[in-house]
Design a protein around this ligand. Structure first.
Ligand code: FEO
Ligand code: CA
Ligand code: CA
Ligand code: CA
Length: 634
């Protein structure tokens, strides 16, 4: 895709965007006079945290980061620091079981074969240990999302025409894979297991909470709701299930009916006649928005999967709202479950779900803690405070007089409800991470063009930033917070507000994860429309990367660089932190500064990881270990 559809805003609420809030808080002149926003941010962070020493100290070695930074790279390779190894574990197209159909490097695997193989475009991921003690560090279930497909790499003939077989192959390549993995003779391997399975866009699913499957707005062509799609990031519940998130579900719908026009509700979710050019609607009426519009309402949810139960039917938890969920980061506060989610589109919002009672008690009565609670959306104020605004029917503007029917209506139209209560439009909220020591919450705002006026700290914001907030009294259930900027991403060669050195320059932060020691892992997803491009100020930053930050010193150090055309995403370690799993997504995708793959030359941008002269680039999970067996990052 030559552009990022999430970059196009569908928010016409007129709510003051975050860049304006930010501009009012830190005027550009103040930043240029008094240092950078990053420095200012750390000072204020120190104040918020009651920890006045939190300003970064150049040259002071971080006690958390022990590795030597890798330089920016434009190589078609995964590069990790000296003393570390990186090995490919789970490739797109490898069979889910050892007796499954073999990968065909010329893309000639059928849809039926693809259904028995690992999906494409690996994204959010979690390692669920199997066994206790040492066993938990060498054996587990790896659950990984498959966000989308690359039609040039998926099909032998690219995108010339759309057929039923092609749609079926694409459907089988989306969703979620569950794979048992084990450390055997010193090497991580996928092993056969009754748990190995896939949840795809055609798997039967349930819907639970205020918008159940029998809700009138969900009565689509197929009586059975099916599947999950565009699974981006994820979450893990305190009761050890996996949450997979539906992001750009609108991309898959469209119509050839020239008279069709989106309703305001559909328009707010970015539904249009072309979709994002997947053209599935040409051969599959399920995805025709003119004739099957209620199918749309079955998507945009957070979906719970029990990876340990091969017979478990995935459940869409509607109380968490219907948006383009990037992730669903879960924490526990005062016995309740709290779920943070970013709605990744330019000008959309950050949400939080708070369970209505102690989650253990809710489960003890046989119900889901994700079905009972309050969904909030964030408003960021320019004095550094913020408020969580409840999205509850009959509260505030969400009344019958204003056209709201009930809580199901509020959740089906979550974006409009958030518009109505005055949420703050953000620069594309991606992953969210909760700091273990403080419960502070960090969110990647990957990039955006929301700002207006000269006072904006960066308008447009092509490199993004990471925001952090502290909930009142450190309780994630609180309804007010204080916020700050953790770091402004970018390259000082192009933007002198950026305070990152060569070891730390990056752009478009996306994946975020705190390891148990408190290292903040930052993964980047610079769009292929600008990646490596000097015209866009992205040549020094080069390929996408993963960095580690020490939030207490502010130091950020590059740990890994990825192959060409790829983003780096999905990050988790074994409990002992001695094995890390990350995902390389969309290597070889058309990249403006490098090239454009074709069916004749699918290797024009990348041939990672197989480097087979007759093959093609494949998304893959990578295992990272330290040669001395130590903790990753030390
Ligand atoms: Fe799927 Fe917003 O990244
Ligand atoms: Ca992402
Ligand atoms: Ca992406
Ligand atoms: Ca992204």
């Amino acid at each position: 895709m030559g552009f990022d559809p999430d970059d196009i805003s569908s928010n016409r609420s007129g709510n003051p965007p975050f860049q304006k809030v930010l501009a009012n808080r830190f005027s550009r002149r103040d930043m240029l006079r008094g240092g950078t926003i990053a420095a200012t941010g750390f000072l204020v962070s120190g104040m918020v945290n009651g920890n006045a020493g939190a300003r970064p100290t150049p040259g002071r070695p971080s006690p958390l980061l022990g590795f030597t930074a890798v330089p920016p790279s434009d190589a078609d390779a995964v590069v990790v620091p000296d003393g570390y190894s990186a090995d490919v574990l789970i490739r797109w197209g490898q069979p889910l079981r050892s007796d499954g159909p073999a990968w065909k490097k010329d893309a000639s695997n059928t849809a039926e074969e693809a259904a028995e193989q690992i999906g494409s475009h690996h994204d959010g991921m979690h390692f669920f240990p199997l066994g206790k003690g040492k066993e938990a560090n060498r054996h587990g279930l790896l659950v990984l999302n498959h966000e989308y497909i690359d039609r040039t790499l998926l099909y032998t003939d690219g995108d010339e025409e759309m057929t039923r077989e092609k749609v079926d192959k694409a459907l089988a390549s989306h969703g979620v894979s569950i794979v048992e993995i084990e450390l055997v003779d010193g090497e991580w391997q996928a092993v056969d297991s009754e748990c190995n399975r896939k949840v795809t866009p055609t798997t039967p699913v349930e819907l639970s909470g205020p918008v159940p499957a029998d809700h009138p707005e969900l009565q689509a062509r197929d009586p059975q709701p099916r599947g999950t799609i565009n699974n981006c990031s994820h979450g893990v519940t305190p009761w050890n299930t996996y949450l997979t998130c539906e992001e750009n579900f609108n991309a898959y719908f469209g119509t050839t009916d020239g008279s069709w026009e989106p309703t305001p509700e559909q328009d707010r979710y970015g539904i249009n006649a072309a979709g994002f050019d997947y053209r599935w609607y040409e051969v599959d009426p399920r995805f025709d928005v003119a004739t099957n519009p209620k199918e749309l309402n079955r998507f945009g949810w957070v979906v719970e999967i029990d990876p340990f139960d091969p017979g478990h039917t995935p459940v869409k938890r509607t109380a968490l709202g219907r948006v383009k969920h990037e992730g669903a980061v879960t924490t526990e506060s005062r016995g309740r479950v709290v779920v943070y989610t970013g709605d990744d589109q330019d000008g959309d919002y950050i949400y939080k779900f708070v369970g209505s009672g102690p989650w253990k008690a809710v489960r003890a009565r046989g119900e889901s803690p994700l079905d009972h609670g309050t969904l909030y959306v964030a408003r960021f104020d320019d004095d550094g405070s913020g408020e969580w605004l409840p999205l509850v029917f009959d509260e505030g503007p969400l009344t019958a007089d204003n056209g709201w029917e009930d809580q199901a209506d509020v959740l089906l139209r979550t974006r409009e409800a958030a518009d109505a209560v005055g949420a703050t439009p953000m620069d594309r909220p991606e992953w969210i991470a909760v700091q273990p020591s403080s419960n502070d919450v960090f969110c990647s705002l990957t990039n955006g063009e929301l700002g207006e006026g000269d006072a904006s700290p960066r308008d447009p914001n092509p490199y993004g930033h990471i925001i952090k907030w502290r909930e009142k009294d450190g309780h994630n259930t609180a309804t007010t917070f204080t916020w700050d900027i953790f770091v402004l991403a970018g390259d000082p060669a192009y933007d002198d507000e950026v305070e990152l050195d060569e070891d730390g320059i990056f752009g478009s932060p996306d994946g975020l994860w705190f390891d148990p020691d408190g290292r903040l892992w930052i993964q980047t997803d610079v769009s292929n429309s600008v990646q490596n491009d000097p015209e866009e100020g992205y040549d020094n930053i080069a390929n996408n990367a993963m960095l580690a930050a020490d939030p207490s010193t502010g130091e950020i150090r590059r740990f890994l660089t990825g192959p060409r055309g790829a983003e780096i995403t999905g990050v988790i370690t074994t409990p002992d932190q001695k094995t890390m799993f990350i995902n390389v997504q969309h290597p070889g995708e058309s990249t403006a500064a490098i090239g454009e793959p074709t069916p004749e030359d699918p290797r024009a941008v990348s041939n990672w990881p197989d480097f087979d002269s007759g093959g093609r680039a494949r998304s893959a999970t990578v295992v990272i270990r330290k040669d001395d067996g130590g903790v990753i990052g030390t």
